[in-house]
Design a protein around this ligand. Structure first.
Ligand SMILES: *[C@@H]1O[C@H](CO)[C@@H](O)[C@H](O)[C@H]1NC(C)=O
Ligand SMILES: *[C@@H]1O[C@H](CO)[C@@H](O)[C@H](O)[C@H]1NC(C)=O
Ligand SMILES: *[C@@H]1O[C@H](CO)[C@@H](O)[C@H](O)[C@H]1NC(C)=O
Ligand SMILES: *[C@@H]1O[C@H](CO)[C@@H](O)[C@H](O)[C@H]1NC(C)=O
Ligand SMILES: *[C@@H]1O[C@H](CO)[C@@H](O)[C@H](O)[C@H]1NC(C)=O
Ligand SMILES: *[C@@H]1O[C@H](CO)[C@@H](O)[C@H](O)[C@H]1NC(C)=O
Length: 641
């Protein structure tokens, strides 16, 4: 609980401040230049660039500028130096990070105390050893980068290299103008590094580490982590005081008497998620994972207790009963749902995936972009995408629930991303509903269980993750079924954090989009509740969310709601029920399920209220479905079947 709260607060700060700082930077820019210049000349080793690195049109005709790289003022023209880097998809493995920075993979693995095949979780601070040399008036560590489709010099410097290079230096180093960049272009990337000055060497400094400043970092706190004096850090960066203002996404130099230790990076990694600590050894990692899982279980139960307590205080007696029932049922389900929390993504090579899918053979194709792969005897679904997948990876590596699809690994090749998921044998709910004719499809219990699985997955996403997420794309083709017909929610490409956020471009599937989302772009968990209501209707009626009738699109909700509201006189509930659910008993009578169907239909309609505030919450849907499931089981044990 506390942990999650801390995470929330941190995330909040991250979200609130970027724009503020960026706007501030524009005003501070002039002032900063004056400040850095006046403070530096006297005794500075290098000048802190501050937010000047955010400006891509700076000139250094009158002398070296910190908005490019660090100046060649050291004793040696070339030296060993260290850079800090934070893991971020697709740069999670030793090979991908050392490739990005042209660092020696063996040395990189050794200094970070990891094996050379290790894959780290996102947001772990690592040390990158490089050779730093003077070229012209600046120190630099050379590397190269192949441009993606939307990269600009600024995003390469700020986002890909996290501030380890600058747009000004990139423009200088490459003959292509900002607007002449194209995909696949190989760009020279000079990284910010420096060698110690004569003065620093006398002060026992052997190496300089290029440190990435993030939110809330201060010089005293950073100095303490590296066990160096704040004044030597101040001197190294031309600060006139020991605790100057630092800007996120900029770099400062840390003078070190010895090679940095991976443990020193640990303390400076950004604790957004409990599992994101760098690993010193595998043993430590597993202990960490176990503790993380235990903490998560604890948080979950505390949270449950909290909800229970809060709801108990409301006077609604039925709520109390439903909650108690829910509580009794949860632990058994729950334990198998938390297994694997903290699991780390695997980075696959393209060759591995090619081999697993017989060279992406058409026989292995499950759908447009999904292939069935056999990786070391395990069947997995491999989906390729050329859009930005980092959000989906971030969300899926952050959450773990039986009713949400598991992401096992990723691969990147030629700007195409491959996401490797668990394979669900029965395919999509949509196909199953509209194609399957086996007796399994004739069971009410089966369909209620599927609805409950989806509801549980969404309830978890809305109420038990920090931050909470909205899936935004719930529909029957994004629900997958495993071999036991248990449902899991897939396709998190549109998912986003729940922050009452708002989107200007409305993306979604017709028939599933909530009215307020279409009108205003407002994204809240109620958008998922609405879409769930439609999926529930599909489960009961066996009809599609949208059908073409005389060239007119007819929405399923429009055909069902008038019947339930009683405004469509003459229509009967029985006419709405999927014909496959109208099974006969041994005596040849159709078993009357109208009462059960009506309860489920009413539940869907309660999810489809026009006003989001009138819609049920996912927690309420879960309770209601569990009650219906219980009653259905009870009545069946007395039926003639
Ligand atoms: C750099 O660009 C900013 C706008 O982005 C502009 O205000 C400023 O005058 C430019 N500076 C130079 C030196 O061209
Ligand atoms: C990184 O890998 C790409 C292709 O996989 C290769 O073209 C490039 O030269 C590598 N870069 C370095 C610095 O090794
Ligand atoms: C780094 O690149 C620059 C410019 O491309 C070049 O002048 C310099 O010699 C290179 N340094 C090393 C050590 O290769
Ligand atoms: C720079 O990159 C960080 C993430 O690495 C991002 O949060 C920030 O918004 C970027 N800055 C700008 C001005 O785009
Ligand atoms: C910090 O550095 C001092 C020397 O400057 C040394 O005596 C001390 O042991 C170091 N502390 C740690 C925790 O490494
Ligand atoms: C040398 O070390 C002293 C004390 O740690 C510090 O005050 C001074 O700024 C350092 N000088 C340089 C050039 O780093």
């Amino acid at each position: 609980m506390l942990l999650q709260f801390v995470c929330e607060v941190l995330k909040f700060h991250l979200q609130v401040h970027p724009t503020k700082t960026f706007i501030m930077s524009k005003h501070l820019f002039g002032f900063l230049i004056i400040l850095t210049f006046s403070a530096s000349i006297s005794h500075a080793q290098q000048q802190y660039a501050g937010n000047s690195v955010m400006q891509c049109n700076i000139s250094d005709e009158t002398g070296p500028s910190p908005a490019f790289l660090y100046t060649c003022n050291g004793k040696m023209p070339s030296c060993k130096a260290f850079l800090m880097f934070r893991t971020k998809p697709p740069y999670l493995s030793v090979s991908s990070i050392s490739n990005l920075t042209s660092s020696d993979p063996m040395e990189f693995a050794h200094i970070n105390d990891i094996s050379s095949s290790a894959v780290l979780p996102p947001d772990v601070a690592v040390i990158v050893p490089v050779t730093c040399s003077c070229s012209g008036q600046y120190y630099q560590a050379n590397t190269s980068y192949v441009r993606h489709d939307v990269d600009t010099y600024f995003t390469i410097a700020n986002d890909t290299y996290q501030g380890l290079t600058t747009c000004n230096a990139l423009e200088r180093e490459n003959p292509y103008g900002e607007f002449n960049l194209f995909s696949g272009l190989k760009l020279q990337v000079p990284l910010r590094c420096a060698c110690p000055t004569q003065e620093q060497i006398l002060n026992d400094t052997k190496f300089l580490l290029t440190f990435l400043v993030t939110w809330k970092d201060t010089v005293p706190q950073i100095s303490e982590k590296f066990n160096v004096s704040a004044s030597s850090v101040a001197t190294a960066n031309g600060f006139s005081e020991d605790n100057p203002v630092l800007y996120p996404f900029t770099t400062i130099l840390i003078p070190l008497p010895a090679e940095p230790l991976s443990s020193q990076m640990k303390a400076t990694s950004h604790p957004t998620i409990s599992q994101q600590m760098p690993k010193r050894s595998h043993k430590g990692l597993y202990v960490g994972m176990a503790t993380g899982a235990a903490l998560a279980v604890l948080c979950f139960f505390l949270f449950l207790g909290f909800i229970h307590y809060r709801r108990k205080r409301t006077n609604d007696a039925s709520w109390r009963i439903r909650q108690q029932r829910k509580k009794q049922q949860l632990p058994a389900h729950f334990l198998d749902k938390v297994v694997g929390i903290g699991e780390i993504l695997k980075i696959y090579t393209y060759e591995e995936l090619k081999a697993a899918t017989d060279n992406f053979s058409p026989h292995k194709r499950l759908s447009d972009s999904v292939y069935l792969g056999n990786l070391r005897g395990k069947l997995l679904a491999i989906k390729h995408m050329s859009t930005d997948v980092s959000k989906e990876i971030k969300i899926l590596s952050n959450i773990n629930h039986f009713n949400l699809i598991s992401l096992y690994g990723v691969c990147e090749h030629d700007r195409v991303f491959y996401l490797v998921y668990e394979y669900l044998e029965k395919g999509s709910l949509r196909d199953w509903l509209h194609k399957e004719n086996s007796p399994l499809a004739q069971s009410w219990n089966r369909r209620i269980l599927i609805a409950l699985d989806i509801a549980n997955g969404l309830d978890y996403l809305h109420n038990f993750t920090a931050p909470a997420y909205v899936h935004k794309n719930i529909r029957s083709c994004n629900i997958l079924l495993n071999r036991d017909l248990r449902a899991k929610i897939a396709n998190f490409a549109l998912a986003r954090e729940d922050g009452g956020s708002h989107t200007n471009y409305i993306v979604g599937e017709r028939g599933y989009m909530a009215p307020e989302f279409i009108q205003t772009g407002n994204v809240t968990p109620k958008v998922d509740v609405y879409a769930f209501g439609i999926v529930l209707l599909e489960l009961i009626t066996g009809r599609e969310a949208v059908v073409l009738h005389d060239d007119q699109e007819v929405l399923l909700s429009e055909t069902v709601i008038p019947v339930i509201d009683g405004t469509d006189v003459g229509a009967e509930v029985n006419d709405l029920i999927d014909s496959r659910l109208q099974v006969k008993n041994r005596l040849g009578y159709i078993i009357d399920h109208a009462a059960l169907a009506l309860r489920l239909l009413k539940l869907s309609v309660a999810c489809l209220a026009r006003e989001p505030t009138n819609r049920l919450s996912m927690a309420e849907v879960v309770s209601a479905l569990m009650k219906i499931q219980e009653d259905a089981n009870y009545s069946q044990s007395f039926s003639v079947e």
